[in-house]
Ligand binder design. Structure first.
Ligand SMILES: *[C@@H]1O[C@H](CO)[C@@H](O)[C@H](O)[C@H]1NC(C)=O
Ligand SMILES: *[C@@H]1O[C@H](CO)[C@@H](O)[C@H](O)[C@H]1NC(C)=O
Ligand SMILES: *[C@@H]1O[C@H](CO)[C@@H](O)[C@H](O)[C@H]1NC(C)=O
Length: 872
C-alpha cells in the first residue's frame, strides 16, 4: 500500500511539475541558443578521417620553434635540447638532428636556484632563425642561462660559440618571446633577467646592440606574441626606412582601473636606428607604441588580449594586412576574435598621432594624459626619411637632444589603431585561438580569397574564409587528439603543394590546406564551398586547384553552392538504395550520415514528407528510428539533405531505403519489457531480429559512409530506445496540460541532449520533495498544500483505486496485454511499452484506459503503474 501511494505520487508529481520542467527546458534552450554565437565549423574532421603527418621523437618534448626553408624543402624543428631537420613534404621523414643539452653542472646550478630539474632546467630552443645560406642562429634557455649558437647546416653541428643570449631568449621557458631576423640582425622581444621582471625589445648584430629603455612607459609587464618586418616600398619618394613591428599585450598606464587592465599594443622601431649620441645611447630612438582596438560595436565586446599576429604580404595587395587573434579578459570571457588592420593605418597613427604624457596628481599618483604642448622637430620617434634628411639629420646619432629626450619620455601615442571595417572579421564563442596564418588563393571565378587558419588551445585548427561579406568556417581539423594547445603555426607559400605545420608540447603535425579529395561526389565538392576545391568531371574527383596547376581541365567550382552545375549523372547517381526486410514489430534505425554540421535532413516516405515526430517513428539528427514496423510502414524512405547557402535552401538526395516485411512470422519477435525501478523507466530486455540486404546503384562512390544499423542487443541502441521512450512518456504527461507535443519536440530537438538529464534530475528531486511533503516531513507551506490537496476527499486516493479501474479494463479487453500479431509470445512477457508502437488496435485500447482514468478522482496515468506493478 505504501509503495503504491508512493508510485501514485510519482505519477502525480511528474504531471504537476511537467509544466515546470517544460518551462525550465524552454528557458535553458533560449540560454543555449544565445550561447551559440558566430559561425559554426561546417565540417569537423577527426584525425583518423584525414591524412595528417606527424613528427615526434620519443623522449623529446616542447616542439615550440618551427622554421621553414622552402628552397630546400626542409622544416627545422626546435624542441627541448634538440634541433631537427625534417622533410617539409613529409615531416615524418627526419633528415638531421643536433642535440644541445645542458651540462649536469649547469642543471645542478639551476636546481640550486630553486628551479625544477624535471621541468625547467633544460635547454628549451626559443630562437631558430636563418643567419646565412648555410647557418642558423639558435638560442635556448639553457637552464636559465640563455645561450645562443650558430648551427652549420652542412654538418648540422653547433659551432660551440656559446654566446650570451640575454635579451634574445628568455631565462624561463614559461616567459614570452618572439624574434625576427632582418638582414642578418636579430630583433627579439622577451624578458631580460632571471625573474622575468625586465622586459626588453632588443636588436643584436655583430656590430651593435640596441635596446629599449627599462621604464614603465616603454614596456609594462608585456606578453610578446609576434614580430615582423614591413619593408618600405622600393624607390619610395619619401626615402622611408624599413620598420620592425612588435605585437604584445601589456598592463595599461593610460587607464585608471581597479585592477590591472590589459591592453593590446603594436610597437615599431626603424631598421636604420643607431641609437642616440648622448641621450638614448644604445637605445631605440624610434620606439613608439599605440593601442590596437578590437571591439565589436554591435554587442560592445572588447577584446583586450592579443594572442598572435600574421602579416599578410602579397605583391597583389596594395599594402600588407595585419591579422590579429584576440581573446578577452573583460566582459566577454570565452570569446575569440580576429581583427585586421591596414599597415598604413598603423603608420598613420605613429606619424601623426598625439603623444601621451604622465602628469603627477596628488603627490605620488601619476596619470597619463594627452600632450598638447609643442612637439620638437624632427618628430620624435620618426624614422629618418627624406624630410628629416632635408633638415640635415642623416641618422639617429645626430638627432637633436630635444627630440630624443621627448621620445624617451613619450613613447606612447594616444591615438588608437582601428580595425578594417571598424569591427572584428570573426567572433566565436567557447574557442580560444592561439595562432593564425593566412593564405591567399585565387578561385576559378578569379576572385582572390584570404583563407585564415586559426589554431586553438584545444589542439584544433579552424579554416575560415570570407565570402560575399559572410564569414564561414569551412572546416575544423583535429590536429592534436589530446587537446593540447597549438603553440606554433607555419604555412608554406612557395611549395607546389601547400601545407600547414603546427607545433605543440608533444609533436609537430603537417596538414594539407584543404581536404578536397575527401569528397567523392560533385555535390559534396561544391557544397564545401572551399576556394581550394573544384570538381574534375573527367576524373570524377574533387581536386585542390592550387596543388594541380594546369589549365584547360573541366573543373567545376561554385562558391555560392550552385550544385546545378554538377553533371546530372553525378548529382543524381550518387545516392544509394538499401533494401531492408524486417520482421513485423521490429524496430530499425535508418541512418543518413552527412558530414555537414549545418545541414538538416528531410525524410520522405513514399514521396510524402515526414514532418515532426510520430508515435511510429522518431526523426534523429542523422537518421530516423522506426518503431514496431508493420505493413503500413513498408515502402520507400528517402533522406534529403538541406543546407542554407546565402539565403537559398539547397537540397539533394543522399540515400533511399526500401522497407519491406518478412512474409513468414518468426518464432520470436520484438519484445520489450519495461520496469519502473527507482522512478526510472528502463527496458529490461530488448530483443529484435532484423535482416537486411543492400543494393547500391553506384558502389563505393557514395559521399560518405552510409549505413543502416539494424537494432540488435547493442547498448547504444538501447540508450536511444530509452531516451526516446522516456521522453515520449514525459511529453504525454505534458500533453494533458495542453502543451503542444510538436512544439515541445521542436524546441527540445536541438537541446534535448542537455535537457534530458536535467528533467530526470528534476523529476527525481520533485519525487523526493512530494513524497516527503505527502508524508508530512516538510513544514509550513507544504502542509498547507497537502491539506488543500486532500481536504475535498475523505480518503487519499490510492493505487488500489486506480488498479481497480485497470482491472475492469483488463476484464473488458482481454487482448490488451497480448501481442496483437499472430506470433507466439513469451509467457513471461505480459507488458509492452505504453507509448505509441504503431499498432492501432492496441492504441485504441489504451485510449479507452485513458478515458476511464480521467473519471478517476486522482486523474493518474494508471497504465504506467500497472505496467510497472507487474515487475513486483
Ligand atoms: C614541455 O612539454 C611538457 C610535456 O608535454 C609539458 O608538460 C610542459 O608544460 C612543456 N613546457 C613548456 C615550457 O612548454
Ligand atoms: C644643411 O647643411 C648644408 C651644408 O652644410 C647647408 O648648406 C644647409 O643650409 C643646411 N640646411 C639646414 C636646414 O640646416
Ligand atoms: C584599409 O585600406 C583599404 C584599402 O587599402 C581601405 O579601403 C580601408 O578603408 C582602410 N581601412 C582603414 C581602417 O584604414
Amino acid at each position: 500500500m505504501r509503495r503504491a501511494s508512493k508510485r501514485a505520487l510519482f505519477v502525480q508529481s511528474s504531471k504537476l511539475f511537467g509544466m515546470a520542467a517544460y518551462s525550465l527546458s524552454l528557458v535553458l534552450c533560449i540560454i543555449l541558443k544565445a550561447a551559440t554565437f558566430g559561425p559554426v565549423p561546417r565540417i569537423v574532421w577527426e584525425q583518423e578521417e584525414i591524412p595528417l603527418t606527424r613528427f615526434n621523437v620519443e623522449g623529446v618534448f616542447n616542439y615550440s620553434s618551427l622554421l621553414l626553408s622552402e628552397n630546400e624543402d626542409i622544416l627545422y624543428v626546435g624542441a627541448r635540447e634538440v634541433i631537427f631537420a625534417v622533410k617539409s613534404t613529409n615531416i615524418a621523414e627526419k633528415t638531421r638532428e643536433a642535440y644541445w643539452k645542458v651540462t649536469d653542472e649547469k642543471s645542478e646550478g639551476c636546481a640550486r636556484k630553486g628551479k625544477s630539474k624535471q621541468t625547467e632546467c633544460f635547454n628549451f630552443i626559443r630562437v631558430l632563425q636563418p643567419l646565412s645560406e648555410d647557418t642558423l642562429y639558435v638560442c635556448g634557455t639553457y637552464a636559465f642561462q640563455p645561450t645562443c649558437d650558430h648551427l652549420d647546416l652542412n654538418s648540422f653541428q653547433l659551432l660551440g660559440k656559446h654566446e650570451d643570449g640575454k635579451g634574445r631568449c628568455p631565462f624561463d621557458p614559461a616567459h614570452s618571446y618572439t624574434s625576427v631576423m632582418v638582414d642578418g640582425e636579430l630583433y627579439s622581444a622577451t624578458s631580460n633577467n632571471f625573474l622575468g621582471s625586465e622586459p626588453i625589445i632588443f636588436r643584436h648584430s655583430q656590430q651593435s646592440q640596441l635596446r629599449t629603455e627599462y621604464a614603465v612607459p616603454w614596456l609594462n609587464e608585456p606578453n610578446f606574441v609576434f614580430a615582423d618586418v614591413i619593408r618600405a616600398p622600393q624607390n619610395n619618394p619619401d626615402g622611408d626606412d624599413d620598420k620592425i613591428y612588435f605585437f604584445f599585450t601589456e598592463v595599461s598606464v593610460e587607464f585608471d582601473f581597479l585592477s590591472k587592465l590589459l591592453i593590446p599594443r603594436v610597437a615599431r622601431v626603424c631598421k636604420g636606428d643607431q641609437g642616440g649620441q648622448r641621450t638614448l645611447q644604445k637605445k631605440w630612438t624610434s620606439f613608439l607604441k599605440a593601442k590596437l582596438i578590437c571591439h565589436s560595436p554591435e554587442n560592445n565586446f572588447f577584446f583586450n588580449v592579443i594572442n598572435d599576429v600574421f602579416i599578410l604580404k602579397s605583391p597583389d595587395l596594395k599594402e600588407p594586412v595585419i591579422y590579429g587573434v584576440f581573446t578577452s579578459h573583460l566582459n566577454n570571457v570565452g570569446l575569440s576574435a580576429v581583427c585586421t588592420y591596414n599597415v598604413s593605418a598603423v603608420e598613420n597613427v605613429f606619424a601623426t598621432g598625439k603623444y601621451m604624457q604622465s602628469a603627477t596628481v596628488e603627490q605620488s599618483h601619476t596619470k597619463w594624459v594627452r600632450y598638447n604642448g609643442e612637439v620638437p622637430k624632427p618628430r620624435p620617434g620618426a624614422c629618418i626619411n627624406n624630410e628629416v634628411r632635408a633638415l640635415n639629420y642623416t641618422g639617429s646619432l645626430n638627432l637633436p637632444d630635444k627630440t630624443l629626450q621627448f621620445v624617451k619620455d613619450h613613447p606612447l601615442i594616444e591615438d588608437s589603431v582601428y580595425p578594417i571595417g571598424q569591427k572584428p572579421k570573426l567572433m566565436i564563442r567557447n574557442v580560444a585561438f592561439t595562432q593564425i596564418v593566412v593564405d591567399r588563393v585565387t578561385a576559378l571565378d578569379g576572385v582572390t580569397y584570404d583563407v585564415m587558419f586559426l589554431s586553438t588551445d584545444q589542439g584544433k585548427l579552424h579554416k575560415a574564409v570570407n565570402h560575399d561579406s559572410e564569414m564561414r568556417i569551412i572546416e575544423e581539423i583535429v590536429l592534436f587528439p589530446n587537446m593540447e594547445p597549438v603553440q606554433t603555426l607555419v604555412l608554406t607559400t612557395k611549395q607546389r603543394k601547400r601545407y600547414i605545420y603546427a607545433g605543440s608540447s608533444t609533436g609537430v603535425v603537417q596538414s594539407p590546406v584543404a581536404f578536397c579529395d575527401q569528397f567523392t561526389s560533385c555535390v559534396e565538392c561544391i557544397m564545401t564551398r572551399d576556394p581550394y576545391c573544384a570538381w574534375n568531371s573527367l576524373q570524377s574527383s574533387c581536386v585542390n586547384i592550387v596543388d594541380e596547376k594546369s589549365s584547360g581541365r573541366p573543373l567545376i567550382q561554385a562558391l555560392n553552392g550552385d550544385i546545378s552545375r554538377c553533371p546530372d549523372s553525378v548529382a543524381q547517381g550518387t545516392e544509394k538504395t538499401m533494401v531492408y526486410t524486417l520482421k513485423p514489430g521490429s524496430m530499425v534505425e535508418l541512418n543518413c550520415i552527412h558530414k555537414s554540421e549545418l545541414a538538416s535532413l528531410v525524410w520522405t516516405f513514399n514521396n510524402k514528407e515526414l514532418s515532426d515526430n510520430n508515435p511510429r517513428y522518431r526523426l534523429l539528427h542523422k537518421g530516423i528510428l522506426l518503431f514496431n514496423v508493420s505493413e503500413v510502414d513498408t515502402g520507400t524512405y528517402q533522406c534529403l539533405f538541406q543546407e542554407n547557402v546565402m539565403g537559398n535552401m539547397i537540397s539533394w538526395l543522399i540515400i533511399s531505403y526500401i522497407v519491406e516485411l518478412e512474409r513468414i512470422p518468426p518464432p520470436l519477435l520484438s519484445t520489450t519489457r519495461w520496469s519502473l525501478t527507482e522512478g526510472n523507466l528502463a527496458p529490461t530486455q530488448v530483443y529484435t531480429e532484423v535482416t537486411h540486404r543492400t543494393t547500391t546503384r553506384m558502389p563505393s562512390t557514395t559521399p560518405f559512409k552510409t549505413s543502416a544499423a539494424p537494432i540488435k542487443n547493442v547498448t547504444s541502441k538501447l540508450l536511444t530506445t530509452l531516451s526516446t521512450a522516456t521522453l515520449t512518456e514525459l511529453i504525454d504527461a505534458l500533453q494533458e496540460f495542453g502543451v503542444e507535443k510538436t512544439s515541445f519536440l521542436k524546441s527540445t530537438s536541438d537541446c534535448s541532449l542537455f535537457i534530458f538529464p536535467i528533467i530526470i534530475l528534476l523529476v527525481l528531486f520533485l519525487l523526493l520533495l512530494t513524497y516527503n511533503c505527502y508524508k508530512g516531513f516538510l513544514p509550513g507551506p507544504c502542509l498547507k498544500f497537502r491539506s488543500a490537496m486532500f481536504s475535498g476527499k475523505k480518503v487519499p486516493p490510492s493505487f488500489a483505486d486506480c488498479e481497480q479501474g485497470v482491472n475492469e479494463i483488463l476484464v473488458k479487453n482481454p487482448n490488451l496485454h497480448t501481442e496483437p500479431t499472430t506470433a507466439p509470445r513469451d509467457t513471461d512477457d505480459v507488458t509492452k511499452p505504453d507509448y505509441g508502437n504503431g499498432n492501432l488496435h492496441h492504441k485504441e485500447d489504451l485510449e479507452k484506459v485513458d478515458m476511464i482514468e480521467k473519471d478517476k478522482p486522482f486523474d493518474v496515468k494508471c497504465e504506467l503503474k500497472y505496467a510497472d506493478s507487474d515487475g513486483d
